[in-house]
Ligand binder design. Structure first.
Ligand SMILES: NC(=O)c1ccc[n+]([C@@H]2O[C@H](COP(=O)([O-])OP(=O)(O)OC[C@H]3O[C@@H](n4cnc5c(N)ncnc54)[C@H](O)[C@@H]3O)[C@@H](O)[C@H]2O)c1
Length: 357
């Protein structure tokens, strides 16, 4: 009997439902080709549900979601609702309460014409960023004093714990070894100014001593933003804190062709992983059938790899690669000239042709 993977699906807001629909079509098709089954369960959480019920993400639903093998998320965020309310209540709730401490962001350029930098070829852009996903300024330790007065004070604590820093650095060393490419791990921090990041410097050196086969490199975040544009070839595996990773991965996404292709996995080995495109809900494009679903399709590929369906994962990635190399899509933005569903159809066509690796 074929294996069945259970997937909790939160399509969310804005363009989320449109891109998730295509991601699920690809998932179902590749499952049929490769001979396994997928059982999706849809959850309605997001802006419409909140406006209708005032419910964000109730605990009983969260308990159900966490029992799935994986979670697929579209995007959360709606201009009608207070900034951050749903993003914190839904995305951050899963990241924190499932303790998904790794945010994994592969950065690959599939076709030269998609890179805005000149003279950069696909072989020059192939790295992965491991972003810490549970600490830093995102831990929510914040407050306002004398709010709305001329004497207002606003604080938000940046926190790093030895345990949190060590486990993500160790994950990154293991990943650099598993990738078996340049066997190099770059730590990006700002320890010269944010002195609390000395914890990262020391932990990186201590854990790194256990991985003599992996070369250690270090950059400050400001310099890294310059280097990644000037010489993306220089990276293999990168590890960084939550906030710097948030920024560095959007910059990296542009080098691979934009938010239309960039995907991420939120992972705690052994628990339900959460997979999503890195883009948001792009509210002004809602319902217009112009959002590119490839980032969600790549999130599906990452999810399949996490579920152990490595051949299906490779098949999906190869289908996307073939489509992009064919140059049928001139860009991955909303101006590609292809609709969301049409791009889904093109990926599905390529799936049948893509041989498993
Ligand atoms: N993980 C998430 O769910 C997530 C991530 C980022 C932002 N957000 C939320 O999304 C909302 C909008 O945020 P934003 O406008 O800063 O970022 P965004 O990623 O939604 O959109 C920025 C721009 O990127 C382009 N874009 C994004 N996705 C695309 C796609 N699939 N195809 C083609 N072009 C695409 C569009 O030009 C869009 O205007 C906010 O509420 C924000 O909080 C959610």
């Amino acid at each position: 009997m074929s294996k069945t993977h259970t997937v909790a699906v939160i399509a969310g807001d804005g363009i989320g439902p449109e891109v998730v629909r295509e991601g699920l079509r690809v998932l179902e098709r590749v499952a049929a080709i490769e001979g396994f089954a997928v059982k999706p369960t849809h959850y309605p959480f997001g802006a419409e549900h909140y406006l209708a019920t005032r419910e964000i993400f109730p605990d009983r639903a969260f308990e159900e979601v966490r029992r799935h093998d994986a979670i697929l998320l579209g995007a959360i965020g709606d201009p009608r609702i207070e900034v951050g309310l749903l993003e914190f209540g839904i995305i951050a709730k899963m990241r924190f309460e499932l303790d998904l401490y790794v945010n994994l962001r592969p950065v690959r350029l599939y076709a030269e014409h998609l890179c805005p930098l000149k003279d950069i070829l696909p072989r020059d852009v192939d790295f992965v960023v491991v972003r810490e996903n549970t600490e830093d300024a995102y831990a929510g330790m914040r407050g306002f004093f004398k709010k709305g007065t001329p004497d207002e004070v606003a604080t938000q604590e940046i926190i790093f714990t030895r345990k949190g820093v060590e486990r993500v650095i160790r994950y990154a060393f293991e990943l650099a070894r598993r990738r078996d490419k340049r066997k190099k791990l770059t730590l990006i921090d700002k320890a010269n100014a944010v002195r609390a990041m000395d914890l990262w410097t020391r932990t990186f050196a201590e854990v790194g001593a256990e991985y003599p086969d992996i070369a250690r490199d270090h950059q400050y975040i400001d310099a890294a933003c310059m280097y990644v544009v000037r010489n993306p070839r220089d990276y293999d595996t990168v590890v960084t804190s939550n906030m710097f990773g948030d920024i560095f991965t959007d910059l990296s996404a542009m080098i691979q062709g934009g938010l239309g292709v960039a995907a991420s996995g939120n992972i705690h080995p052994g628990r339900a992983g959460l997979f999503e495109p890195i883009h948001g809900s792009a509210p002004k494009y809602t319902g217009r059938n112009v959002a590119n679903p490839i980032a969600t399709v790549m999130a599906v590929s990452m999810m399949l790899d996490y579920l152990g369906e490595t051949s299906a994962s490779a098949r999906v990635e190869q289908a996307v690669e073939r489509l992009l190399v064919s140059k049928r899509l001139p860009s991955l933005g909303t101006d590609s000239g292809f609709g969301t569903t049409q791009i889904g159809d093109l990926v599905i066509e390529e799936l049948a042709a893509a041989p498993a690796r």
